[in-house]
Design a protein around this ligand. Sequence first.
Ligand SMILES: C[S@@+](CC[C@H](N)C(=O)[O-])C[C@H]1O[C@@H](n2cnc3c(N)ncnc32)[C@H](O)[C@@H]1O
Length: 253
Amino acid sequence: MASPTPSASSSAVSASPRVHALLARLHAASTAQEKSLSQSWFYLKRLIAFYLFSSTWAAAADDHMRDKFVALEEDKCQFMYLIARNSGALNIVEAGTSFGVSTIYLALAVGQNIADQKALGKTVAGRVIATEKEPTKAARAREHWTEAGDEVAGVIELREGDLLETLKMEGMPEQVDFLLLDIWTPMALPTLKIIQPRLRKGAVVFADNTTMVRPLYKEYLDYIHDPANGFKTTEVPYSGGLQMSVYLPREGN
Ligand SMILES: C[S@@+](CC[C@H](N)C(=O)[O-])C[C@H]1O[C@@H](n2cnc3c(N)ncnc32)[C@H](O)[C@@H]1O
């Protein structure tokens, strides 16, 4: 008898059945929110506010987003996991954690990369530095990681508060291998500038929804495309667009 076709998720990501089930549940909840009429209306209003008033974010938008997952889509999360595994990333910074969905993928990758190195007899350390400014969201993220178990929770350090402050605090890894910018667009470039001095050569930086809200990303995209800043960059054509950049300072700049 032919064996059943594995789900897309289990083909891409190594994790326990419990973690796969958790991820499926969280993605379903996030997708339902994102497909709602009220959420589409919210995004449309933000674009209108930008074109009419040059407003890139507002306190009311924070209020609206407080109970929203806004999780990175499952296919993008799988892609991030595979890139993190492929590159052997040990130190990952995630700007924007929300309820901790994308963090789970990054933590699985880091945990498995550490295990690979240990199997070779090497002593290595690594972690995902997650960041969230909303206390209620941070609490939900912790619940999800606890539910996922030690293979996930054991490699995450959550820095609560404004990441423009928390990412400057002590205890940051000397070298960062991977940066995910899944944050409100005005924060993308300031966050990159904080982490850039720690990026190792070849580190990868992702920014989400760069096609969907391209005008809001103008400063970030101008910076990342300027050869003087040391990045090679391309857009991966996932829904909404995903900007993938590799830090290669002094190479063909
Ligand atoms: C798009 S969501 C992150 C989704 C998450 N990566 C996932 O896939 O599940 C962005 C998050 O960034 C948080 N955020 C916004 N500004 C922040 C800041 N200055 N410091 C820390 N977190 C912030 C928001 O509260 C929100 O939860």
